[in-house]
Ligand binder design. Structure first.
Ligand SMILES: Nc1ncnc2c1ncn2[C@@H]1O[C@H](COP(=O)(O)OP(=O)(O)OP(=O)(O)O)[C@@H](O)[C@H]1O
Length: 254
């Protein structure tokens, strides 16, 4: 399943939030989306999830314009974990995650054991099985974030879009979520602020002021030159003596 943006533009009250963004999310790849605050990452993820339409250009899913697929068909294929997504408070964690099954249910196909299995598996994958019966309102910020990811996984998408999924998470759960995303075997697009975490992606797309600056493997894209131009920081590359992997360290530009 291939999701493509062709020259996508989006403006609000005359201000361009995205300009001529073209990219292809290849089947099975882990694509990182990086850029300074306000560079358009969330705007692009929402359009990719079929929430709203671009003012210019088009998004396609397997070559067909996304908006022609219809919201239910899109929701069976694409799931979005938005930033600080809300959920009504008087609901258990299991029921909140079960909402992810909605696109698969209709008058002819009611809730079944298959749906139970999807929900149980999604909870287990984010380490929340023990909290399944808890009231949503009692969860910590990080637990909520993981429950949102579980809801998206229960949706059983082929493309998963995540907006800063490691926000609120302690370091162990940050690593756990990134491992989980990397091991899903489906296409993922993840907006990230931690550029060392972005190094784990197959490719990264770099946005600045709504324009795509670079797209490619992180080791070739995240050069000190690009990081200075896009983020106004001086980056130094270090090598982890343990495994030889590349690390980035940052200082303000003098
Ligand atoms: N509905 C809207 N009306 C006006 N401006 C908007 C609207 N939605 C987004 N913007 C603006 O568009 C720009 C891009 O926002 P977006 O949330 O996509 O950035 P981002 O890269 O995800 O930022 P962050 O890293 O801070 O989450 C921001 O300047 C934001 O204020």
């Amino acid at each position: 399943m291939t999701l493509q943006a062709h020259e996508v533009g989006r403006s609000v009250r005359g201000r361009a939030l995205l300009q001529a963004v073209s990219l292809t999310v290849a089947p099975g790849e882990m694509l990182g989306l990086i850029g300074p605050n306000g560079s358009g990452k969330s705007t692009l993820l929402r359009l990719m999830a079929g929430l709203g339409r671009p003012d210019r250009g088009v998004l396609t899913l397997d070559g067909q314009p996304l908006h022609r697929h219809g919201s239910r068909r899109i929701a069976r294929r694409i799931a979005l974990v938005a930033q600080s997504a809300g959920t009504s408070d008087r609901i258990t964690v299991r029921d909140a995650v079960a909402l992810g099954r909605t696109p698969w249910l209709d008058a002819l196909r009611g809730w079944s054991e298959v749906d139970d299995r999807h929900v149980a598996r999604a909870l287990a994958r984010v380490d929340l099985s023990a909290l399944a019966s808890r009231d949503w309102s009692t969860l910590s910020g990080g637990e909520r974030q993981r429950a949102h990811i579980a809801r998206a996984l229960a949706q059983d998408p082929q493309i998963l879009l995540l907006d800063e999924p490691t926000n609120h998470l302690d370091i162990r759960h940050q690593l756990q979520v990134l491992d989980l995303v990397a091991g899903l075997g489906i296409s993922t697009v993840t907006a990230l602020h931690d550029l060392n975490q972005a190094m784990r992606c197959d490719r990264v797309a770099v946005l600045k002021e709504g324009r795509l600056q670079a797209l490619g493997p992180p080791a070739s894209v995240l050069t000190p030159d690009l990081l200075a131009r896009v983020f106004d920081v001086r980056a130094t590359q270090l090598t982890d003596p343990q495994d030889g992997s590349r690390l980035l360290r940052f200082q303000p530009l003098a």
